[in-house]
Design a protein around this ligand. Structure first.
Ligand code: 5GP
Length: 348
C-alpha cells in the first residue's frame, strides 16, 4: 500500500485568477479551434465541446442542433444500422463533420462500426468507450481499429493518469478521454472507492498527451460554464458534457407528465435502468454504477449551448484570452475554500 500525499483537485477547489485584458468585448473571442491529429491526416475545426455518448444525450436530434452551432456530438452506441442509414440519408454532409461514432470493444461492435463507416466516407471520428480504460482488451481493440481505419480520428478511454494516456496514444489513439467517477449520474466512486478529481486528472493527462502530439477530452463533472472554462484552462482540448445537456427536447428520453409539468428521464450508462434497457438486465456478478434521475424538461438544447458559449467567452475576456488556446496559456488557478454566494439559492 502507498499513499500519494499531494491533494488532487476538482473544479470546486479552484477559481481562475483574473488578468489584465485588452479585449474590448466578448464578441472578439473566437471559440472555434483548428485541430490536426497525432495519427489521422484529417483536420477538424469547430468549437471543441461535445455531447456525451449517453443514450439520452448523444442522440441524432442533439447532433442536428449542435452541428449548426459547430459543436460535436458523440452518438450513443444503441442506434441500429437501419437508424444510422436513415439518419445519414437525410442529413446535409456538414452535420457529419460534427459526429463521433461510439463503439464498445466486442466483435459485434467492430462489425457494426465497419458498417456505419461504409454508409459515408465523410464520418471522421470514432470513440472507443469503456468505463475502465485500464483494461488490456481496450488496447487490443484500439490497435485493431487503428489498423482498420488508419485515417480516422480515434478517441479512446476513459483513464485518469499519464501512464495510461501514453499507452493509449502509442496504441493508436489521437485523443484520450479522461474521467473516472466525476459524472453527474455516476456512482463509481461510491460503489468502488476508485476515482481521481477531474481538474488534476486533466492537468496531468494533458501534459503527457501534448508532449506526444496527442489531445484529451475532459469527460464528466462540469456542472456550469465556469467548470468548462476551468477544464479548458487546465489543458483539455475538448470537453464532453452529459448532465448539462440532459433534460432537453432533443434528448429522445421518456417524457413523464406530472401536475402540468413535463419531466424527462436521465440515467447513467451503468445504471440498472440502462442495463435493463440495453442488455436485458444486470448480471449477478455486477452491481450498478450509475443512477436514474428525473429532470424538468428544459426546452431546446440550443438555448443551453448559447448560454454556455456566452459564459466561456466571458471567461476568456477575464484573462485576456482571444481564444480557447490562449485561455489555457493565461490560466492561473487559485485554490479556494469557497465558490459562489448561495444566499438566494433556495428561491426558485
Ligand atoms: P456529466 O457531464 O453528466 O457530469 O458526466 C458525463 C459522463 O459520465 C459521461 O460522458 C460518462 O463518461 C460518465 N457516465 C455516464 N454514465 C455513467 C455511469 O452509469 N457510471 C459512471 N461511472 N459514469 C458514467
Amino acid at each position: 500500500m502507498r499513499i500519494e500525499e499531494n491533494i488532487k483537485l476538482g473544479f470546486k477547489d479552484v477559481l481562475i485568477k483574473p488578468k489584465r485584458s485588452i479585449l474590448k468585448s466578448r464578441a472578439e473571442v473566437e471559440l472555434v479551434r483548428n485541430f490536426n491529429f497525432r495519427y489521422s491526416r484529417l483536420s477538424w475545426s469547430g468549437i471543441p465541446i461535445m455531447a456525451s455518448n449517453m443514450d439520452t444525450v448523444g442522440t441524432f436530434s442533439t447532433a442536428i442542433v449542435l452541428s449548426k452551432l459547430r459543436l460535436l456530438t458523440a452518438i450513443h452506441k444503441y442506434y441500429s444500422i437501419q437508424e444510422w442509414e436513415k439518419f445519414i440519408s437525410i442529413l446535409s454532409s456538414d452535420v457529419l463533420n460534427y459526429i463521433i461514432v461510439t463503439t464498445g470493444i466486442s466483435d459485434l461492435d467492430y462489425f457494426k462500426l465497419k458498417k456505419i463507416f461504409l454508409l459515408s466516407p465523410l464520418l471522421k471520428y470514432i470513440c472507443i468507450d469503456v468505463a475502465n480504460g485500464y483494461s488490456k482488451n481496450l488496447i487490443i481493440f484500439l490497435k485493431r481499429i487503428r489498423d482498420t481505419f488508419p485515417d480516422k480520428i480515434i478517441c479512446a478511454g476513459n483513464v485518469v493518469t499519464g501512464d495510461m494516456v501514453e499507452e493509449l496514444m502509442i496504441a493508436g489513439a489521437d485523443i484520450v478521454k479522461v474521467g473516472i467517477g466525476p459524472g453527474s449520474v455516476c456512482t463509481t466512486r461510491i460503489k468502488t472507492g476508485v476515482g481521481y478529481p477531474q481538474l488534476s486528472a486533466i492537468i496531468e493527462c494533458a501534459d503527457v498527451a501534448h508532449s506526444l502530439n496527442g489531445k484529451i477530452i475532459s469527460d464528466g463533472g462540469c456542472i456550469n460554464s465556469g467548470d468548462i472554462a476551468k477544464a479548458f484552462g487546465a489543458g483539455a482540448d475538448f470537453v464532453m458534457l452529459g448532465g448539462m445537456l440532459a433534460g432537453h427536447n432533443e434528448c429522445e428520453g421518456t417524457i413523464i407528465k406530472e401536475k402540468n409539468k413535463k419531466f424527462v428521464v436521465f440515467y447513467g450508462m451503468s445504471s440498472k435502468y440502462a442495463m435493463d434497457l440495453h442488455i436485458g438486465g444486470l448480471a449477478d456478478y455486477k452491481s450498478e454504477e450509475g443512477k436514474l434521475v428525473k429532470l424538468l424538461l428544459k426546452g431546446s438544447v440550443k438555448n443551453t449551448i448559447l448560454d454556455i458559449l456566452g459564459g466561456l467567452r466571458s471567461a476568456c475576456t477575464y484573462v485576456g484570452a482571444k481564444n480557447i488556446h490562449q485561455l489555457t496559456k493565461n490560466t492561473t488557478f487559485i485554490k479556494v475554500l469557497e465558490q459562489e454566494n448561495k444566499i438566494f439559492n433556495h428561491i426558485n
